[in-house]
Design a protein around this ligand. Structure first.
Ligand code: COA
Length: 320
């Protein structure tokens, strides 16, 4: 078994929807500004009883069903989240308990922020390629609504809640061709969630902090280089890529990346308009959407890419 392959995908979105018009009543913003500057029209928000774990479980079960597997078939659980129900035990451990499959490794990846899902895929891929495990469940799940300052128009309009999942399994047929993960801590001040720092100072407000404009420019440069690195590592050309499955932060960034790849927008998975930025959940949510719509076909070449707090960034080139 030389490769890990995507065997199934799944997702979960809370029913409650917050439209841009609803935000106009909360902060000094307009639907027109949000749509023009970001592409976002609405986002899903958790209700009572929903959290990172419940959403992860729904998305995970759906991915397993799509793969034709049972929880007992899972050899590793990785949950990418910056908004776990507890710092520890991990969301992955709780999920393992719900699945009744104690014993296999289960852990959260919260430090890679929006890149957490790609980091998780990369780790699971290494274990599967080495033959240590056969099947991994990789999930991104986020309750971004819980860490937003709802009086700050520059951040609260951007994010949403949700979860997405993939099941990776060992295969002789090419699946994940390569993953590329990076970080540069010198940009630590661009995007952060200073939970412990604030707690130590007994400050009550613990919110995501972001320098949006700087991040925008960094993302555009970083992702361009990342595409080149990813394609060169596989001796492939941009014309070989069938689908771009990008992190959903801003439609202008996504359009710029599609242009770099010479891909028309109907070959780009976009959920941003309906879901906002769901951080670590955005890529598996976008992937699941185009898979369930029947748009992505088996053996097509997918380029998944992300960037987020850290800075962290990463890609996965996948023969679907
Ligand atoms: N409604 C109306 N006006 C807003 C606003 C809102 N929700 N948010 C910010 N503004 C205002 C600013 O106050 C500023 O006003 P000023 O010119 O009077 O000072 C003006 O809009 C422009 O702000 P700026 O931050 O330069 O806008 P922008 O074009 O860069 O768009 C982002 C802001 C956040 C949408 C954009 O920078 C972005 O998407 N960055 C990347 C963020 C990202 O990727 N985050 C997630 C990473 S995982």
């Amino acid at each position: 078994m030389k490769y890990s392959r995507i065997l199934g995908t799944g997702s979960f979105l809370p029913k409650k929807i917050l439209k841009n018009a609803d935000l106009e009543k909360i902060v000094d913003t307009t639907d027109a500004w949000i749509v023009e500057r970001t592409g976002i029209r609405q986002r899903h928000i958790v209700s009572e009883g929903e959290n990172a774990l419940t959403m992860a479980e729904s998305a995970g079960r759906q991915a397993l069903e799509a793969a034709g597997l049972m929880p007992k078939d899972v050899d590793m659980i990785i949950v990418a989240t910056t908004t776990p129900i507890k710092t520890f035990p991990s969301t992955a451990c709780y999920l393992q308990k719900s699945f009744g499959i104690g014993g296999c490794p289960a852990f959260d990846l919260n430090s890679a922020a929006c890149s957490g899902f790609i980091y998780g895929m990369s780790i699971a891929d290494q274990y599967i390629r080495q033959g240590t495990i056969k099947t991994a469940l990789v999930i991104g799940t986020e309750v971004m609504s819980a860490i937003l300052d709802w009086t700050d128009r520059s951040t609260c309009v951007l994010f949403g809640d949700g979860a997405g999942a993939v099941v990776l399994g060992a295969s002789d047929k090419p699946g994940i061709l390569s993953t590329h993960i990076h970080a540069d801590g010198s940009y630590e001040d661009v995007l952060s969630l200073p939970i412990m720092e604030r707690k130590m100072r007994s400050e009550e407000s613990i919110f995501l902090q972001m320098s949006g404009n700087r991040l925008f420019k960094l993302a555009v440069n970083i992702l361009g280089d990342l595409f080149e690195e990813t394609l060169a590592a596989n001796s492939l050309k941009k014309s070989d890529v069938d689908w771009l499955i990008p992190h959903q932060a801003n439609i202008r960034i996504i359009q710029g990346m599609a242009k770099k790849l010479d891909l028309p927008m109907d070959r780009v998975a976009v959920t941003l308009d309906e879901q906002g930025n769901t951080s670590a959940a955005s890529i598996p949510l976008a992937l699941d959407k185009v898979v369930r719509e029947g748009k992505v076909k088996r053996d097509q070449l997918l380029l998944l890419e992300s960037f987020g707090g850290g800075l962290t960034w990463g890609s996965a080139l996948v023969r679907f």
